[in-house]
Design a protein around this ligand. Structure first.
Ligand code: FEO
Length: 404
């Protein structure tokens, strides 16, 4: 028997949210989801009801209960799959078997990718970019949004109620019973949106900027952005679209992220002196330990920074493991428009700074200093040199931002 513990939530006159909330997930592909997430799916009511997206495997029962709370499941005639990644498609085979829809729509790349994940159990109808369909009076337009977040992604616009189903775009990992962003503290919404952008979408900002232009060019009279993660945006949509444009630009600010790890506090002391110099030049240091702070939270800080200063002691001829982990993760996310430098203490070999310089250069960070290496414990002179590095970086940030 289907559970009656879960109810659908009305979004607009014809649209209902029927997803699943994952209160307990704490890791999503290396991203610490400290507040959980939701896997969103929606029903569009009408003469031919439509299911938009599915949920992750373990959310199936909850989703089925929410669907059953608002509609006779057998009346659902179509499914739209905006994204192949399995947090949104993993339950499609079970849903197809349960609902027996007439059509399953996906983008051209989605139609190729879905069968490479599982047997969906029916033919897939590939839709053209900007193609429209009228399904029993419901007007849908499909908008290809490649690399937001995979090559198969698309948005679906439901014209009747002005709802943009944006898949991974404009999402956030935030579990909440409140289903709308305007029901939640705006500071939390901004933070979780920024964290999601920095850790999921940042590598794809060139493609994302083109998608934003394309969507703006369509002049859709949108009232609601319904993404596949976290709460739904309604009203004030310009604000989040404008924020996305700003994040895509990654214009430098006067914030310098100083991230380090340290065995006997020597590199830690260097980080503190660099921060003092940054502040003395009128810029804004943000000091963080790579061992104490999760990589995904450090990335959130880097999103709106102008400088990245990385400190590592040398351990067995190498960068310290926490810093190596962070830099591998950060390199893949491709932050842009950063100046940077490396620093660190060592005992006898001291390779870490040189290795960090190579990583920073590979990341296309503008390395503005050869780096500071200190043998064993920094002297007052060493710390003064660190402060000078901070001042130099801080002044460069202030000059760049003043000239912008
Ligand atoms: Fe939420 Fe790319 O999946």
């Amino acid at each position: 028997m289907m559970s009656d513990a879960f109810k659908a939530v009305q979004v607009t006159e014809k649209v209902w949210w029927v997803g699943a909330i994952d209160w307990n997930i704490r890791d999503f592909h290396g991203y610490m989801t400290g507040r959980g997430t939701s896997w969103n799916a929606y029903i569009v009511m009408g003469d031919e009801p439509i299911l938009i997206d599915a949920v992750k495997k373990d959310g199936l029962d909850e989703m089925k209960a929410r669907i059953g709370s608002v509609i006779d499941p057998e009346s659902i005639q179509h499914i739209v799959s905006n994204h192949t990644e399995m947090d949104h498609s993993g339950t499609l085979p079970e849903l197809v078997e349960w609902l027996k829809p007439k059509t399953l729509f996906a983008s051209r790349n989605g139609a190729k990718a879905l069968p490479m994940h599982f047997d969906v159990g029916m033919d897939i109808t590939a839709v053209e970019d900007l193609g429209s369909v009228n399904l029993g009076g419901s007007e849908l337009t499909f908008i290809e949004t490649r690399m937001v977040h995979w090559p198969d992604n698309m948005f679906t616009y439901y014209a009747n109620d002005g709802v943009l189903f944006s898949s991974d775009g404009f999402g956030m990992h935030l579990a909440s019973a409140e289903r709308f962003t305007d029901e939640i503290n705006p500071t939390e919404i901004h933070h979780e949106s920024a964290k999601y952008f920095a850790n999921i979408l940042l590598p794809f900002t060139p493609q994302l900027a083109r998608v934003l232009e394309k969507v703006e060019g369509l002049n859709l009279p949108g009232q609601v952005i319904a993404s596949d993660h976290g709460p739904i945006w309604r009203g004030g949509l310009d604000r989040i679209v404008g924020q996305y444009s700003k994040w895509c630009e990654q214009e430098p600010t006067t914030k310098a992220v100083i991230v380090f790890d340290s065995m006997w506090d020597s590199t830690k002391a260097m980080a503190a002196s660099i921060a003092d110099g940054v502040y003395g030049a009128g810029a804004h240091p943000h000091v963080t330990s790579a061992r104490a702070t999760h990589r995904s939270d450090i990335m959130t800080e880097v999103l709106d920074a102008g400088a990245l200063l990385v400190g590592s002691c040398t351990l067995n001829n190498n960068i310290f493991p926490s810093i190596a982990d962070l830099m591998t993760y950060m390199k893949g996310l491709r932050p842009r428009n950063l100046i940077g430098a490396a620093f660190g203490s060592y005992g006898w070999s001291g390779e870490a700074v040189k290795q960090l310089n190579a990583i920073l250069e590979a990341m296309k960070v503008d390395v503005v200093h050869e780096g500071i290496r200190v043998k064993w414990v920094p002297t007052q002179e060493d710390l003064a040199q660190c402060r000078e590095l901070g001042e130099m970086v801080g002044k460069m940030l202030v000059d760049t931002c003043d000239g912008a």
